[in-house]
Design a protein around this ligand. Structure first.
Ligand code: PLP
Length: 442
């Protein structure tokens, strides 16, 4: 209550703006913070690097970073320069023709993640939707296998939970899916290879769609052998393995795919790669390309030409310029080394408080990213991690942090480092975390 009162009295301008907005805004992302900030969101005025300033003049250390959309930091200088040049001097943002930037980005994605063929989209959601279609086309099968409490964007098929008698159910919050999700999806428990095998044995799964670790319900890492098991089972049962690294790109320069030697058939990424400009991409192997190619004789090479999979604004010149600058100059190997070192310090700082006060919470780290849960030991399934959720605690932690100048992603309690995050920022978090958790566990 004290935190709520402080938040309300310290943010009069945000409060007024929200009062004026009435019902103008949809929930995500405009008003989603209301659940944790008691009624009105922070309205932002400006953001640079890892700092955001609200309309009431408070500046925050930003560990939320647009829920990964700003892993490159806010308005990174090389990205801003490239976007300005494209907007001004070069012009031509939506032409439906490729640019050299697009070519460069495709080659860079191949260097990082290994897939030889890439398509651009405007978001990770888009990329997942289109990639699911390709998987259906390549295999002639209808269903996608997903894990309970995964999140892959507003993708109907993926927002599902295991139901009774092996059926799949729509997850609460999946607003009006067009069909019974039991027709499109098999949902099973994360880290349960037996359940995966049983689901695949029906022979109707086009692709396993997964992150290398669940990241939207806290970080729930794969148990040893789980990712390898998925690869083996996918191959054994003729399904494709589709890996979504939109969040787990935090693992390193080439994501978990490179760091752990994963071998997806389809690879999906979005959010951070455009440095804040809407961007996404998916890559496929030569085998998948062959399976979906209409054999158009275009001289030397056949063309991967899938009608109905694409978008007018996808890979527009603003997005490709932003991706080239962001990948080439901001999210470099050195940047990942710096970010990972800081996330390790962040995790150690949280763990020190948990140990000192004997708090039954846990924290997991994935490269530049750390997330904590109100459970100890750390849950190993989506269901267990969901059961550890606590709206009241979430709201307390989020508000207490905001009131002390720190922004985190609420509900999965995520902190992400960007190239501008400093050791002082992490130490500040460690001190604030000790203070606000100390107030709960005296
Ligand atoms: N994939 C993963 C793993 C995500 O966590 C998200 C969003 O949180 C998405 C895809 C969808 O991203 P977007 O909402 O930017 O389309």
């Amino acid at each position: 209550d004290a935190e709520q009162a402080a938040y309300t009295s310290n943010h009069p301008r945000s409060r007024t703006l929200f009062g004026e907005a009435g019902n103008l805004f949809g929930r995500v992302p405009m008003t989603w913070m209301n659940m944790w900030t008691g009624g009105f969101p922070l309205y932002l005025d400006r953001a640079t690097g890892n700092r955001v300033t609200d309309v009431d003049g408070h500046t925050y250390i930003d560990f939320a970073l647009g829920d990964t959309g700003a892993m490159a930091g806010h308005s990174p200088a090389p990205t801003v320069a490239a976007v300005q040049r494209r907007m001004g001097e070069l012009g031509g943002i939506t032409t439906m023709l490729p640019t050299e930037d697009a070519q460069w980005v495709g080659a860079d994605l191949t260097r990082r993640f290994g897939m030889p063929l890439w398509s651009f989209t405007l978001s990770a959601t888009d990329a997942n939707r289109w990639a699911i279609r390709l998987a259906r086309l390549a295999t002639g099968r209808p269903k996608v296998l997903v894990f309970a409490y995964c999140y892959h964007g507003s993708v109907d098929e993926a927002f599902a939970l295991p139901g009774p008698e092996g059926k799949t159910e729509s997850r609460p919050g999946n607003v009006a899916p067009p069909v019974d999700l039991d027709l499109t999806t098999r949902a099973v428990t994360w880290n349960d290879l037996d359940a995966v095998e049983k689901a695949l044995a029906h022979g109707d799964v086009a692709a396993i769609l997964t992150e290398p670790a669940l990241t939207n319900i806290g970080i729930v890492p794969p148990e040893p052998g789980f990712m390898e098991g998925l690869r083996e089972l996918a191959t054994k049962y003729g399904a494709l393995l589709m890996i979504d690294e939109t969040h787990t790109f935090s693992t390193g320069w080439g994501g978990a795919t490179r760091a752990w030697g994963l071998q997806p058939d389809i690879f999906v990424i979005g959010k951070s790669i455009g440095g804040g400009i809407p961007s996404g991409a998916y890559g496929i192997t030569e085998d998948v390309a062959r399976a979906v190619t209409r054999h158009t004789d275009a001289g030397e090479a056949d063309i991967v030409d899938v009608g109905g999979v694409g978008g007018t604004l996808a890979g527009n010149a603003l997005s490709t310029a932003a991706m080239r600058a962001t990948l080439g100059e901001v999210l470099t190997e050195d940047a990942f080394a710096h970010m990972t070192e800081l996330a390790t310090a962040f995790t150690a700082g949280v763990q020190a408080t948990l140990d000192e006060l004997d708090v039954p919470w846990s924290i997991n780290q994935l490269g530049a990213r750390a997330e904590y849960r109100f459970a100890r030991p750390a849950p190993t399934t989506g269901e267990a991690s969901a059961a550890a959720a606590d709206e009241e605690l979430d709201a307390y932690m989020h508000l207490a942090m905001v009131n002390r100048g720190i922004l985190m992603t609420p509900f999965h309690n995520m902190a992400l480092m960007c190239p501008e995050t400093s050791r002082e920022d992490v130490d500040r978090h460690t001190a604030v975390f000790r203070e606000v958790v100390g107030a709960l566990f005296v």
